[in-house]
Ligand binder design. Structure first.
Ligand SMILES: [Zn+2]
Length: 497
């Protein structure tokens, strides 16, 4: 490990065949070893998990569910189909926002039976659903209407419970869970609402109503989901406030019932139950998320529309009214950065920093801004400050890697991407970037290997197998590394059968 200190170039540390980026500005030894931080996080998670287990026993005994493997398979099949049907915002910020909340809640649920995956669908509808096997989808329409991250944490806790406790199998019987019935649900989700039902869509509505969870399962998902999210440090009142948001939505637009309500029927009993759960939890320890994170993601969603200028104007007005509010200055800068108005964005970021210096999200965005204008030294310093404030955020490592790549420092870029990958092992972006960088570094064996990993995470098994095969040919089937890749390859080939 590197032991040099002070203002140096990022170093690329070889360790067991892998290299890690080490932030150059950070003095503390621990921060120089993200891998150690990662292990510490794993230990911490294990502790949280064991302390929660007894509290969070399911209310209703589980009935026969399909084997875990079968659910994992259903999830993967569904993800492949969903990719053909849905549009996904191609934005790492949005992906990480939902994933971060989901993983925090999962850490409080006990041992995981499958690899949970969180996806954001670009669609104005108020909807979210989970598929057996732990694939959870949230619509931009829901994120846009959420009033706080706690509301979204309530939704994710609820959806996680549906998957974790095999609710779909328990409500329709394991045999009834098929990709077809799930796709019917998707068809409904795409169609808009039950009122437009006709023909195919009508059948889909009927199928979805059958798939709609029973009152009892909805209450179980509310009860356990709320307990999980509270144990993860979110405000459990978020569950109730989201149910109220849904009710308002229904009152505002009684004909176009949100798809969410069709698959998760809301009853007075359910609302009363959620109220009781929150009261029974008493005072919980809340660890607030970055307060700007939801607003930033809402800005990204809104700025993807033709009315994007209005978003900038809205924040300009807010700042005029509250010129000393560091969070508003930051968000105004963020809208300007997305618009490409970089000098204005920089001015507002710097003003915000004078009022509130400890904002890792702002330091990261500042790093991206400096990278955009080609000031790589300033960019690196900003990323290092972001990592000092928040050492385990894979998004910061991803953007840092992109900056280093742009500046021509490919070895350090690879190190940064490796850190991102270790912190978020199910995220397909870091291995994709790694594959590209190793290609440029003339290390094609590693290049093909990481591209293979990225494809495997995207459920593109044929492409993954192809890349792993090429990697093994270059690295050598008998080398220790080649044997490890062969194991991953075998797993992929077996799951195709
Ligand atoms: Zn539900």
């Amino acid at each position: 490990m590197d032991s040099r200190a002070g203002r140096q170039l990022p170093v690329d540390v070889e360790w067991g065949g892998l290299s890690f980026y080490t932030p150059s500005m950070i003095g503390h030894e621990d921060w120089r070893r993200p891998w150690h931080a990662f292990c510490a996080a794993v230990v911490l998670v294990a502790l949280v998990v064991s302390s929660c287990n007894s509290v969070l026993a399911p209310m209703i005994p589980s009935v026969s569910a399909p084997s875990e493997d079968e659910e994992t398979k259903i999830s993967r099949e569904f993800r492949r189909e969903a990719k053909k049907i849905f549009k996904f915002p191609n934005n790492p910020e949005v992906e990480r926002y939902v994933d971060r909340i989901g993983r925090r809640i999962l850490a409080a649920t006990g041992p995981l039976s499958f690899d949970y995956r969180f996806f954001v669908i670009e669609d104005d509808q108020l909807n979210a659903f989970s598929v057996p096997g732990g694939s959870i989808y949230v619509y931009t329409g829901l994120i846009e209407r959420a009033k706080s991250t706690d509301e979204l944490a309530g939704v994710l806790g609820h959806e996680i419970t549906h998957a974790k406790n095999h609710h779909m199998a328990r409500s329709s019987g394991p045999d009834a869970i098929s990709i077809l019935s799930l796709l019917a649900m998707v068809a409904l989700a795409k169609s808009g609402s039950g009122v437009q039902a006709a023909g195919m869509v009508g059948q889909a509505v009927a199928a979805t109503r059958q798939l709609a969870f029973s009152r009892q399962l909805e209450m179980e998902a509310d009860t356990l989901g709320t307990r999980y999210m509270a144990a993860a440090g979110y405000d459990p009142k978020g569950t109730i406030s989201f149910l109220k948001t849904l009710d308002q939505e229904r009152a505002l637009n009684p004909i176009d019932v949100p798809a969410y309500i069709l698959s998760h029927p809301i009853t007075q009993e359910r609302v009363a139950n959620a109220d009781l759960v929150v009261k029974s939890l008493g005072v919980t320890q809340i660890r607030p998320d970055d307060p700007d994170a939801l607003k930033k993601v809402q800005i990204i969603i809104k700025m993807d529309r033709p009315t994007r200028d209005q978003v900038v104007t809205e924040y300009e007005k807010l700042v005029q009214r509250n010129p000393q509010d560091p969070d508003l200055l930051y968000l105004l800068g963020y809208t300007e950065q997305l618009q490409g108005q970089l000098p204005q964005a920089r001015k507002n970021y710097e003003k915000s920093l004078q009022l509130k210096s400890e904002n890792p999200g702002l330091q990261r965005d500042l790093g991206r801004l400096y990278a955009e204008i080609g000031d790589f030294t300033a960019a690196r310093n900003a990323f290092d400050r972001a990592l000092a404030l928040e050492p385990n955020e894979p998004l910061t490592y991803l953007y840092l890697g992109e900056m280093l790549e742009k500046s021509g420092d490919l070895r350090s870029a690879a190190g940064a991407y490796l850190n991102a990958q270790n912190l978020a092992p199910l995220w397909d972006r870091p291995p994709n970037r790694l594959g590209m960088v190793y290609g440029k570094l003339d290390r094609p064996g590693d290049g093909y290997y990481y591209l293979g990993r990225s494809f495997a995470l995207q459920d593109e098994d044929d492409k993954a197998i192809n890349n792993f095969d090429r990697a093994i040919k270059i690295i050598g089937a008998n080398s220790p590394r080649g044997q490890l890749i062969q194991e991953e390859l075998n797993t992929l080939k077996n799951r195709k059968k």
